[in-house]
Design a binder for this molecule. Structure first.
Ligand code: NAI
Length: 330
């Protein structure tokens, strides 16, 4: 039997955090045998809801949950953490500009980076969900210099899952027949959902997505914005932002990183761009196709990038450079 690992979840009583805690407790993130100690952090304003969450989690009597530690104190939340899922963030309020949003969140992720540096294990694996996720991850990493930069990642797996789901609808194929769809860059409207290396299994044979769809206009002009704007589409339909699908994607991301990707399957992850072979500037948290093994990610190398894709990769890189500059100014 394995020793329980300490998993920090910030914003645990929020929309995503709430669902996420149950998924982790059920083994969706670390597999069916890994026990967890849940260190759940909230703002004082949400302390009551957090208390209710803990009561419900306890009443599930989940065999994988070794302990639950709710807290509003950052030093308790990050104490000895093996994993941190940073969901809590300041949402964009009415009339708030991108710069204000970055400003508010920079403060939160600076404090959490410092806490990770001081209190968590040096091997901690961090996944940032709270937006702007890529730049928040960069800020947290910056303030945790004693933890390797490769241990800080941002969530773009929801975008990858959304892309797969769109293609599954288009091709009338089950989702698990679709492979290696990539999200490059920022978790924002400039992201590039790339199908050029994607494949679909038809009758046991793999065909390229472009060949199977036979509609480049759809793929280049409809599919890309559809995926990028899916979050807004959900808000317009249910008047709330996506929560369960975001929590599910966070589980997919961490599960692949922790347990490993399946042979030959790519996982899109926002990771430190240092040393990448795709011409992306260093020092950004940028989403690349990754393969994971033994708890380490590695960028898939040698994929051909055509002119169309190159432009897309640069567009989202430009936005991340601007976000970084704004964050540094703050
Ligand atoms: P929410 O507002 O329902 O929950 C956020 C929770 O975080 C609240 O309970 C709040 O009290 C808490 N919180 C805020 N600041 C905190 C801090 N400094 N420490 C601890 N807790 C703190 O929001 P929701 O819907 O759960 O979304 C959370 C974040 O995830 C948002 O920033 C959202 O934009 C982002 N998101 C990211 C996605 C991605 O794919 N990367 C997808 C969907 C949402």
């Amino acid at each position: 039997e394995s020793k329980p690992i300490r998993v920090t979840v910030t914003g645990a009583a929020g929309q995503i955090g709430w669902v996420l805690c149950f998924m982790i407790a059920q083994g969706r993130m670390f597999g069916p045998y890994q026990k967890v100690i849940l260190q759940l952090m909230e703002l004082p304003a949400a302390e009551q809801v957090l208390q209710g969450l803990v009561m419900e989690l306890k009443d599930c009597a989940f065999p994988l949950v070794a302990d639950i530690k709710p807290t509003t104190k950052i030093e308790e939340a990050f104490d000895q953490s093996d994993v941190a899922i940073l969901v809590g963030a300041k949402p964009r309020g009415p009339g708030m500009e991108r710069k204000d949003l970055l400003n508010e969140n920079a403060k939160i992720f600076k404090a959490q980076g410092e806490a990770i540096d001081k209190y968590s294990k040096k091997t901690i694996k961090v996944l940032v969900v709270g937006n702007p996720a890529n730049t928040n991850a960069l800020i947290a990493s910056h303030y945790a210099p004693s933890v390797p930069k490769k241990n800080f990642t941002a969530l773009t797996r929801l975008d990858q899952n959304r892309a797969i789901s769109q293609l599954s609808d288009k091709l009338k194929t089950p989702v698990d027949d679709i492979h290696n769809i990539i999200i490059w860059g920022n978790h924002s409207l400039t992201q590039y959902p790339d199908v050029n290396h994607g494949q679909v299994s038809v009758g046991g044979k793999k065909t390229s997505i472009r060949e199977a769809v036979k509609d480049d206009k759809y793929l280049n002009e409809t599919f890309i914005p559809k995926v990028a704007k899916r979050g807004a589409e959900i808000i317009s339909v249910m008047k709330k932002s996506s929560a369960a699908s975001a929590a599910n994607a966070a589980c997919d991301h961490m599960h692949d990183w922790w347990v490993g990707t399946k042979q030959g399957e790519y996982a899109s992850m926002g990771i430190i761009s240092d040393g990448n072979k795709y011409g992306v500037a260093a020092g950004l948290i940028y989403s690349f196709p990754c393969e994971c093994k033994n708890g380490e990610w590695k960028v898939v190398e040698g994929l051909a990038v055509d002119e169309f894709s190159k432009k897309k990769l640069q567009e989202t890189e430009k936005e991340l450079l601007e976000e970084r500059k704004m964050a540094l100014d703050i």
